[in-house]
Design a protein around this ligand. Structure first.
Ligand SMILES: [Fe+2]
Ligand SMILES: [Fe+2]
Length: 378
């Protein structure tokens, strides 16, 4: 039987020292090579619409295209310090929620917590940008590896979507926040694992279900929180694409996973659990604390153990858990993934709406205007 150590390289999923030991050691390198180990599949079966739901998504995606340069109000003046200060006035510092006695953070006042908010925003947007490049690469791989023509067509639109997402996050970081962070080591390990896997459905599972499912929830929180008009519109547009992407994963994999053996299903469950832990661990924002001069060996264990923060973090799984359930991954075989999701306290979202059902609620106006296209309306 595969152990937690086999899956993520440590026996205890909550071993904070082991989590902190994973760091990005080549932050100055510009390129990062990964073997993608997959066969490129041609199909000579060009029957468009053999999978009607994928065809519909493809038509919606064509209507939902937008231009990151011209559709967003880049002339908006953004003052990141003012944004960070406003956030502080709404929510105060983490010290209002967590007791930092003995960590060195007792001396932090308003100035430091506002600075932390500023760095945290840049870190979060940077990880979004790196994750978006992961999505760009993975979707290009799906175009090559998926056997169905409807999925190749749809994935091709997603490649364009993801290029646009990388572009707008990079532009926001460079022109509005004026600082950025390298890729978090947990996130990079996850992206590497997804790209390295030779099986085409694992690209979908890792990227469309896990990474993009979490991104959709995370973008939603930031969208609710921010009053900054450029960022709000940027996130609104990105979310309209992401909802289609997650729905693409759910619709494609449901068909495949219905026919898997118990052993094959278990491999997918383990992969989903690994991805869940890696994403959870990156949200410790280790690099932000380091840049702020905090002693991470003292601060992060206190944060990691704080119940209120964990509760909030679990909300990031509101899309992932119902989508895994819809794919039959929660209860497939002996229900292995259900037990793991119980252990990390995210199982309570299992009956929330899945993304294949809610995709239209994210649509932007031009997609909705396509309702008179019979392929979209059905
Ligand atoms: Fe994206
Ligand atoms: Fe996406």
């Amino acid at each position: 039987m595969t152990s937690t150590e086999d899956i993520i390289g440590r026996a205890d999923a909550n071993d904070i020292e082991a989590i902190l030991a994973v760091t990005n050691t080549d932050v100055d390198s510009v390129l990062h090579a990964v073997k993608d180990n997959a066969d490129c599949l041609y199909t000579w079966d060009y029957s468009k619409g053999a999978r009607p739901q994928l065809e519909k998504l493809y038509e919606k995606a064509k209507l939902g295209q937008w231009n990151g340069e011209t559709d967003l109000p880049w002339d908006t003046v953004v003052d990141p310090l003012q944004e960070a200060t406003q956030l502080y006035s709404q929510a105060a510092g983490l010290d209002q929620m967590i007791d930092f006695t003995g960590t060195g953070l007792e001396s932090w006042g308003e100035k430091e917590w506002i600075e932390f908010n500023l760095e945290s925003q840049a870190w979060t947007m940077s990880q979004f940008m790196h994750g978006e490049q992961g999505a760009l690469v993975c979707t290009a791989k799906i175009v090559e590896t998926v056997p169905w023509i409807d999925a190749k067509y749809y994935a091709a639109t997603q490649v364009m979507d993801e290029a646009r997402h990388v572009e707008v996050f990079a532009k926001y970081l460079d022109t509005k926040l004026d600082r950025r962070y390298p890729v978090n080591a947990h996130l990079r390990m996850l992206l590497d694992d997804i790209v390295e896997d030779s099986r085409w459905d694992m690209t979908y599972l890792g990227m469309q279900i896990m990474v993009e499912g979490l991104a959709l929830a995370a973008f939603g929180f930031m969208y609710q929180q921010t009053e900054e008009p450029l960022l709000k519109k940027l996130l609104r547009y990105v979310m309209s694409d992401e909802a289609r992407h997650v729905a693409f994963g759910v619709l494609s994999l449901r068909e495949v996973y219905a026919d898997l053996t118990q052993a094959e299903l278990r491999e997918r469950q383990e992969f989903a659990f690994e991805a869940a832990l890696r994403m959870r661990d990156r949200f410790l924002q280790q690099e932000v604390w380091e840049r702020m001069g905090a002693d991470v060996s003292k601060v992060l264990p206190v944060i990691f153990d704080n119940e209120d923060r964990r509760e909030f973090q679990h909300l990031l799984f509101t899309k992932i858990v119902p989508n895994c359930k819809k794919l039959g991954l929660l209860d497939g075989g002996d229900g292995w993934l259900r037990k793991r999701f119980e252990e990390i306290n995210v199982i309570q979202y299992e009956d929330w709406i899945d993304t294949a059902e809610e995709v239209d609620s994210f649509a932007i106006q031009r997609e909705l205007e396509g309702e008179d296209n019979p392929l979209v309306a059905r």
